[in-house]
Write a protein that binds this ligand. Structure first.
Ligand code: PEP
Ligand code: MN
Length: 467
């Protein structure tokens, strides 16, 4: 295979390309991004690799969650704390119910770019470029020309988001003594409130007891078994995004000495310092394409979206390319077939990976294969279908002698001033109906589970893993 460099992707065919009208302008912005400080550090990235290796050994559960796409306007105190609060609440239910440590990776602090099924769309009878995410162009149909300054803005919005997350987590926000700070007061469903309160009450008793006997259960309940303080303070929390805009990813890729006793002789590694975890999307994972070329050279743990169009042989070839030494913790496969297709594809994929000997974590994304259009024309997802794909995944893994290692979800903890959550997905314990979808449909991308619906999923998953 030819030599990898941070820019070797540029000689390969690229899917989902973005054409900038002014190349010099793009280059000057990229040069600026290239000298800005890393957003995350190699030590944090290596720590996540270790934790994902634990997920592969079935010793921990991975929760990958957040918005489909972040927007610059949504970079606010309320939104960030609501997202982190929901991720913490979700993981607390899993830790408590399933007795497994949870590795938390947010789709946050950089999840701006979006792949599209078509490059253009028709608005008011006119053909315009599609919206490609806030780091490329604007949602406003008059603002669709890609602007390189948006990449720089993405860096600063990511930095502001990450800074606030680090601040929250080092200021006691994640303390298991105060889980109510995570905004449960807004949850209207009496049954979810009761279930969550029984966990937090049980937890409070356990914390009092552990304080009495001098141990620290709070640390056990967060992912602390590997020792040391969490990456972003008291608990570990990692960031991720789809590495779609390779110009930006390249500018954030830096060389650092590799650490660890197993590194002999001393050598260097290239780290993408814009996020701890990067994934390659279902539309950009061509084995000979630019995105896979970029992914094969970075040290970060990576995700690969696996949909129905991926052949078994292609999947193992991909694994050979991105992880030739079969290193643990490096690859997470995020399956997203759709509830009606999972049985047709997952068993073959599991069998192919098992016989290849590649270590992977299998994660179920029950969102992206289950998007439908409502009668009124809104993109939505049905809670029941989401759960069906999730349950099928767990069953099929057991049948194939494998195990589901986690979930990848699109959800939001946002509430409006009156305390109401978004209405983008149907069903759940709140039984959201089609005629309610329009009430608070805020997503400008894919429909997200709201706070209550997300906690419904957490209880179902945690019950499953209890068994
Ligand atoms: C996504 O995760 O938002 C996404 C676009 O997924 P996929 O590449 O699996 O379609
Ligand atoms: Mn999405």
């Amino acid at each position: 295979m030819s030599t990898w460099t941070p820019s070797s992707w540029s000689s390969k065919p690229i899917a989902q390309p973005v054409e900038y009208p002014d190349q010099e302008h793009l280059n000057s912005v990229l040069a600026k991004i290239n000298i800005l400080p890393p957003l995350v550090t190699p030590a944090e990235i290596e720590r996540l690799r270790h934790q994902l290796a634990a997920v592969q050994r079935n010793e921990a559960f991975l929760l990958h969650a957040g918005d489909c796409a972040e927007s610059f306007d949504a970079c606010t105190q309320e939104n960030i704390s609501a997202k982190i609060g929901l991720i913490l609440s979700f993981s607390l239910i899993l830790i408590w119910g399933a007795h497994l440590p949870v590795v938390r990776i947010g789709r946050i602090a950089g999840q701006y770019a979006k792949p599209r099924s078509k490059p253009t769309e028709t608005i008011g009878g006119e053909q315009v470029l599609n919206f490609r995410g806030d780091n490329v162009n604007g949602l406003d149909p008059n603002d669709r020309t890609p602007d390189p300054e948006r990449l720089l803005s993405a860096y600063f919005h990511s930095a502001a988001t990450l800074n606030y997350i680090r601040g929250l987590l080092t200021s006691g926000f994640a303390s298991l003594h105060h889980p109510r700070d995570w905004s449960l007061s807004h949850v209207r469903s009496p049954s979810i409130r009761r279930k969550f309160e029984s966990i937090t009450e049980g937890l409070a008793d356990a914390l009092d007891f552990s304080r009495t006997i001098g141990s620290d259960l709070g640390r056990e309940c967060s992912y602390e078994r590997g020792g040391g303080r969490g990456v972003l303070g008291q608990v570990d929390f990692f960031t991720s995004h789809e590495a779609l805009m390779l110009d930006y990813e390249q500018a954030m890729t830096r060389k650092f000495p590799l650490t660890g006793e197993d590194v002999r002789p001393p050598s260097d590694g290239f780290y993408n310092t814009s996020a701890h975890f990067l994934w390659v999307g279902d539309r950009t994972r061509q084995v000979d394409g630019a995105h896979v070329e970029y992914f094969r050279g970075i040290r970060n743990p990576i995700g690969i979206k696996v949909g129905p169009s991926l052949g078994c042989e292609e999947l193992t070839r991909l694994l050979d390319v991105v992880n030739p030494d079969k290193e643990p913790g490096r690859v997470t496969l995020i399956t997203r077939y759709g509830a009606t297709k999972v049985r047709d594809h997952l068993p073959g994929h599991i069998q192919a990976v098992t016989s290849s000997g590649h270590p992977v974590a299998w994660i179920c994304d029950p969102m992206h294969g289950n998007t439908v259009t409502s009668a009124s024309g809104l993109k939505t997802r049905n809670f029941g279908t989401i759960i069906r794909e999730l349950i099928s995944c767990t069953t099929i893994h057991s049948e194939c002698g494998s195990r589901l290692g986690g979930v990848s979800l699109e959800f939001t903890g946002e509430f409006n001033e009156a305390g109401f959550s978004v209405t983008e997905c149907l069903g759940g314990s709140m039984e959201l109906s089609e005629d309610q979808l329009e009430l608070r449909y805020h997503s400008f991308c894919d429909p997200r589970l709201n706070f209550e619906q997300a906690l419904d999923v957490a209880f179902i998953v945690s019950n499953y893993f209890k068994e």
